[in-house]
Design a protein. Sequence first.
Length: 264
Amino acid sequence: MRVVDLDRDMSDVIPTGMTPDSEYLFDRMTEVTLDRTGAGPGKWVLDVASGVGQDSIALAARGARVIGAEPSRRMTGMAQLFAADKKGPMPEWVRGWSDTLPFATGSFDASICKGAMDHFDKPEQAIAEMARVTKTDGRVVLAIANFESLACRTGRALDDLRQDVLGWPPTRVRRGYDAPSDHFTRYEVELIREQAESSLVTLSMEGISMGWGMPGWSKLMAQVPDAVARRAVAAMGRAGQRYPTLADVIVLVGRPRRSSNTSA
């Protein structure tokens, strides 16, 4: 039996303040994810687990016809409110589960899922559904947090040193390298590649940002001059792009692999 809070609005996890490394991570993650869809006039794009709709609205602003699919009635309501005062064509909103998308095979030029895969209890079925509803020459774009990033590995190593070697108590209740309680999957590069490739032919895999959540990094970036912080996070971002296994976020792009599971 599936149990889920359909009234959740994610207000508890929306940042109230941003450090330079956080701004870089979220801005770059959004930029790359949306760019990889190829969204533009005449394109149909599906935003799976669209949340409060900011990405759907941004895609519509590029001229695409966008549908946001989201099971939470409260988040769908917030998305409608956010879109109400915007000019130009806006997305359509559909209540729906990621693993049983209510669309015909090959309906979209691109499908995206940004920052939500680890909340799904059936992620492989969700990827299969995104592949099914996307045209054979279209794109499926998945963006997920990497729990084997440099920051996670560093945090884990320091905690092991403190607790196992020095015998010191833990410094925080939730450790950054542990998946939160509302996450079903703790993703890293090989796992997302494995899950995706049963339904997708992988075209690219990019790393976004490096160092976010690393002990002391955000505090340091908030204290140094803005110009220094921007250069530092950009340099780490280039390193993350070169070494996706150590990046904070992974963006995988694939085209549908038609099979008995993904064909009409």
